[in-house]
Write a protein that binds this ligand. Structure first.
Ligand code: ATP
Ligand code: MG
Length: 457
């Protein structure tokens, strides 16, 4: 018997008090059966959304912390906040006719939980727990599939993937998240329904990609995508990295190298942007690949090309500008070649170009890149000399931006320069001088240099 949390029992009593049924459904049941913590609670009921809203509104007047949000009344869903937790409560439904492969044409309410479960994607997601007692309703043997670690469509895979093209991507996403295998017939239906997946809204696909990238071993999902044709459909740029061989210390082709870098970042629990950058950092390589006069493959400017391609890909999937800018910037900067003979000025310029806030992420990307080159941990200290130098330069608190200069635009105007773009040009030249020689960063010395610049202009 599964342990039913107290608040679920409390909520179920409210339904029962109103003569209505309630079931815990979807991911929460699946995750409890997997022995994991449930992270969001979806309930199914025979009450209509209006009845659910009325029940909890009536309660809300008396109880603190209870509120009702009509999230998707059109789809039969109401969100209820109760005892500090959010519950998505959906009236039993069946979904009729998906004419565009994206959205059901219309939502039709169903009479029973069994009917509601039959419209769900996979057997593991089609198990319900009747509340408050916890009786299991499992018409498609989802429990056995969970126990055996198998993902299997409810009913005919070809039909289910044809109704909604996102389901095939959800299938490989779950495989990546849980390390489950995909039933043969379900797997075979994916390549046959790629044209349906093509029609799915970019945001929905992005959310699934994010979950693959957020899983413990993203390569599982991406290799399944490659095997089924989903990779070519969604990310042809990445699919094109297969069999692009590399020389030097590289052991893998560009695709396996990229996946290994992403896995490494995931294993370390590094931020999402680092994982995305690891996945796409060499995506420019197939485009710029050339063979030089010695018969050696070169990938000149693959960082620039890769940054531009990554911007296209991420925009296509409607990532936020903040994510796009960070990932693109990391890719653009990932080829730095630090040697001990860098001057302090070179270190300062590196910090300014990368940006102090991005340094830790860039180091992580480079670490993942180095690991994925040989497939074994890089010397642990390989980035330390640069990190030490950069930290020392940052500790000196010397001017690393216009704001840190000992004089401002106003001082330049006071010298008689007309306000306008010329002020910025002079300030930037002063910063260049200070980066080379921090001793120059005094008001007196900078005014003197600015005076000479002004006279030259
Ligand atoms: P997660 O752990 O990522 O939240 P989940 O299985 O709970 O996984 P949700 O998107 O929250 O996924 O959906 C809740 C439930 O709704 C699923 O378990 C499944 O029963 C059903 N479901 C969701 N999306 C689909 C779909 N595209 N087709 C059919 N059923 C779906
Ligand atoms: Mg869920």
């Amino acid at each position: 018997m599964l342990f039913i949390p107290r608040m679920l029992k409390d909520i179920a009593l409210i339904f029962a008090g109103n003569g209505k049924q309630s079931f815990l459904v979807g991911g929460a049941v699946r995750d409890m059966l997997r022995g994991e913590k449930a992270h969001d609670f979806d309930l199914a009921t025979d009450a209509t959304p209006e009845e659910v809203a009325a029940m909890f509104r009536a309660l809300g007047r008396g109880a603190k912390g209870c509120s009702v949000i009509p999230t998707g009344v059109k789809h039969g869903t109401v969100t209820v906040h109760f005892k500090g937790e959010a519950f998505e409560i959906t009236t039993f439904r069946t979904e009729s006719e998906y004419r565009d492969g994206r959205h059901p044409e219309k939502v039709v309410y169903a009479a029973t939980i069994e009917e509601d479960l039959s419209r769900r994607d996979f057997t593991m997601n089609a198990v319900a727990l009747e509340l408050p007692k916890g009786r299991v309703v499992d018409p498609f043997n989802g429990r056995a599939d969970i126990q055996n670690g198998v993902i299997r469509c409810v009913g005919s895979p070809l039909e289910r993937f044809s109704e909604d093209g996102l389901r095939s991507l959800r299938c490989v996403r779950f495989a990546s998240q849980f390390g489950f295998s995909i039933d043969k017939e379900t797997l075979a239906a994916i390549p046959q329904t790629l044209s349906i997946t093509a029609k799915v809204a970019a945001e929905r696909k992005r959310d699934e990609l994010d979950k693959i990238i957020g899983s413990r071993k993203p390569s599982t999902g991406f290799l399944l995508m490659e095997q089924t044709g989903l990779l070519h459909e969604l990310l042809p740029e990445l699919a094109g990295c297969r069999n692009v061989e590399q020389k030097g210390g590289h052991r893998f082709d560009v695709l396996d190298h990229s996946l290994l870098a992403c896995d490494f970042a995931a294993e370390k629990g590094w931020p999402h942007e680092v994982r995305l950058a690891a996945l796409f950092h060499d995506i420019g390589k197939p485009v710029v690949c050339a063979v030089n006069e010695f018969g050696v493959r070169t990938f000149y400017r693959h960082d620039r090309e890769g940054a531009a391609l990554a911007r296209n890909i991420l925009s296509r999937f409607r990532y936020s500008n903040a994510v796009i800018d960070t990932v693109v910037h990391l890719i653009e900067e990932h080829m730095f070649q630090y040697t001990e003979d860098w001057s302090d000025a070179a270190v300062r310029r590196f910090i300014i170009r990368v940006g102090k806030a991005h340094l830790p992420k860039l180091y992580k990307l480079r670490h993942a890149d180095a690991f994925a080159t040989a497939g074994e941990p890089p010397r642990p200290d390989f980035l330390i000399p640069l990190m030490d130098r950069a930290n020392r330069v940052l500790d000196e608190k010397k001017a690393l931006s216009l704001k840190g200069l000992a004089i401002s635009g106003k001082d330049i105007i006071d010298m008689g320069v007309t306000p306008g773009p010329r002020i910025g040009i002079i300030l930037n030249e002063l910063l260049e001088a200070v980066l080379d020689d921090p001793e120059l960063n005094t008001k007196e010395k900078l005014l003197e240099i600015a005076g000479k610049m002004k006279d030259k202009a």
